[in-house]
Design a protein around this ligand. Structure first.
Ligand SMILES: [Zn+2]
Length: 437
């Protein structure tokens, strides 16, 4: 990799800034770098480092410059923390606005990411307001805005952009359908869905776009840093090279992979002041694609899910992208899960209706194409996710919500009588009697 003068200058400023932190003051040599070869001598930063040195180990500015604190918390983890100065925060929002989502003064943007302590909701909120859009701030982790109320707000306020986790965009649609709304005709003002926080595979994107009938814009970032890559209007993912130095490395972490090959992604911030990160191993795998995009950018990045989300069969890796592709060849479109089973992969799939069935020919073709044994178990709709829980007064389990960090909430405190419109009551009544919609 060749570092141009602009990047070298930003890099040297960042390294100098990072030495002000307790963590980096002895790790980063106090000398200027002149090439990528010099830069490669600097050690990596891992998630472990961030966890072990929380909360203040990476802070490089005095207290008076600190402007926002976020952390990502998992029940099994310590908190991964991040600090921002005012300019860092504005920069995160500005980076979102480089993307194709195109917030504007006519927008009403409903933001429903986890809000307490997490960062994405706040970045999105600021980005939309920066472009004079009106923000409707809600949260996915409280009892004030459960799915039915989101549906109701979207209808009542003629929301133009829904900003949420991919799984929740699906659940909101399902809640709307259960409440008796027609997604395509009842939410005509909606022009886009803005997604962040979870891996969005192509088939999941297609499904969301089909259900909502609007384009879906994704955003790839790290909770410790904010947006790292944006999707342009043509829905290609472009790395934000003005703000970050990206390395894609082989498994040994010594060499960069060849252009077009997939490797481990390491990121160095080039503009961050509060807590710069140097050669940060994100845990993601990425591939740089050199195809000129109609937006004018020369390269794109494809991000792959973390290894822990893959299924390994006899040393062959089936990541989420491949698993979704396999399911897309089946005549079912329901919710599914997969697991290693005997000598192959077992898919447990919810039946959407009883009119389709899989022939032995289909299964054989799939096994031949992917060279793996396939086992399929069909289960009734609602077996993997109980749809009634989307709208009924129950406590949702955080594990089912699949966003890593959301707290359970109880929807039975919803007191807004408008919420329970006639259609909703009618449908809900049927559901409670055990009828199928
Ligand atoms: Zn583009």
């Amino acid at each position: 990799m060749v570092l141009n003068d602009n990047v070298l200058q930003k890099l040297n400023e960042t390294l100098k800034q990072s030495r002000k932190s307790h963590f980096n003051k002895k790790r980063i040599p106090d000398k200027k770098i002149f090439s990528f070869e010099d830069f490669k001598m600097i050690p990596f930063t891992t998630k472990e480092d961030i966890l072990k040195n929380a909360p203040d180990g990476f802070v490089c500015v005095p207290n008076k410059e600190l402007y926002q604190y976020n952390e990502r918390f998992r029940l099994t983890d310590e908190a991964s923390v991040s600090w921002f100065t005012k300019s860092d925060l504005i920069d995160c929002a500005r980076r979102i606005n480089i993307g194709g989502i195109g917030f504007n003064e006519n927008d009403r943007v409903l933001v429903r990411f986890p809000r307490s302590l997490s960062s994405t909701a706040h970045f999105t909120h600021i980005a939309a307001q920066m472009k004079n859009a009106c923000v409707i701030p809600t949260s996915s982790e409280n009892n004030i805005t459960p799915f039915p109320r989101i549906v109701y707000l979207m209808k009542k306020l003629e929301i133009t952009v829904l900003a949420t986790l991919p799984a929740h965009a699906m659940f909101i649609a399902e809640a709307a359908q259960i409440m008796g709304y027609n997604i395509k005709s009842d939410f005509k003002a909606l022009r886009a869905i803005y997604i962040a926080g979870e891996a969005l595979t192509q088939s999941k994107r297609k499904l969301l776009e089909k259900i909502w009938d609007v384009p879906v814009f994704d955003n790839f970032g790290a909770s410790e840093i904010g947006p790292l890559m944006i999707e342009c209007i043509h829905r290609n993912t472009h790395p934000l090279e003005d703000s970050f130095l990206f390395e894609i490395l082989d498994e040994s972490l010594i060499r960069e992979v060849e252009p077009g090959e997939t490797g481990l992604l390491a990121v160095t911030t080039l503009t961050r002041r509060a807590a710069p990160l140097i050669r940060y191993l994100t845990g993601d795998r990425a591939k740089r694609v050199y195809n000129k995009c109609p937006c004018g950018r020369e390269s794109s990045m494809e991000i792959q899910v973390r290894k822990k989300d893959s299924i390994i069969i006899e040393n062959r890796e089936f990541d989420l992208w491949i698993l979704e592709e396999m399911v897309s060849h089946l005549p079912y479109n329901g919710m599914w899960v997969s697991e290693p089973y005997k000598d192959g992969i077992k898919f447990i799939i919810e039946k959407e209706n009883d009119n389709v069935s899989m022939t032995s020919e289909m299964k054989k073709r799939l096994e031949e194409n992917y060279r793996v044994s396939i086992y399929i178990e069909l289960v009734e709709k609602g077996s993997l996710k109980n749809r009634q829980k989307l709208i009924n007064p129950v406590t949702l389990n955080s594990k089912n919500l699949n966003d890593g960090g959301e707290q359970p909430f109880c929807a039975n405190h919803v007191s807004c009588s408008e919420l329970f419109n006639e259609k909703f009551l009618w449908r809900n009544n049927l559901l409670l009697k055990g009828w199928k919609i």
